[in-house]
Unconditional design. Sequence first.
Length: 255
Amino acid sequence: MILFSKIKKEMIKLYRICLCDDDLNFLEQLENNILKTAKKYKTDVQIDCFPNGETFVFSLKNNFNQYDLIILDIVMKNLNGIDTAKILREEGFKGTIIFLTSCVNYALDSFEVKPLNYIIKSQADTNSIENIFLDFIKNVKETSKYKIQISCGSNSYILDTPSITYIESAGHNCIVNTVSGAETISSTLKNLLSLLPSSDFFRCHKGFIVNLNYIKNFNRSQCTLKSGEIIPIGRKYTNDFIEHFTSLKFNQYHN
């Protein structure tokens, strides 16, 4: 159990980056250029590399918000970059997507997944990568949501809000369920709800807060998450829940 002392919002300075390209030589070159740029600007990054879209999507294990930046080659065998990006957006990925391409014409097919930029492989020198990386950092600072930091005496840990699926009240504690497990903290639902993004999280029952992005379907008494877990909807919360969920989906569709 994690004892609760205080909660605050704090930006995380480690940027998690995924590179996905079946050209392993270019993949290594791109990784090195990003690491050099990050070092130059004293920015902490964690980079994971994948040789194809299938391996990358499988590695996510339903946690589609592990990365802040995903750079995808458009032309890959089987699952290409655009289709990979569509899967990410459909599953709720809110981070930045940048496409790699050898031909500008391919870029026309990618607008619906809202990429930040494109990298033309033949022009991918150190300077161009640096400029694109700086654009990404600027974009993150402007749009990134706060994460929750829970301080426990001399220790603290971070709740990555996009990975929270639901929170359940358990006596004087709350069980925070995420895609990778659960943590028990000494807090109230009301306190946690006040710190979570109101656009994504909703108290659907006196004992539950749910992340609307993980809902597969619902009726007036319960909602089913993509994981198959069932969360109750309290009678007095039903109408507000439906309105909130509908508003979220409308905004996601039109943004």
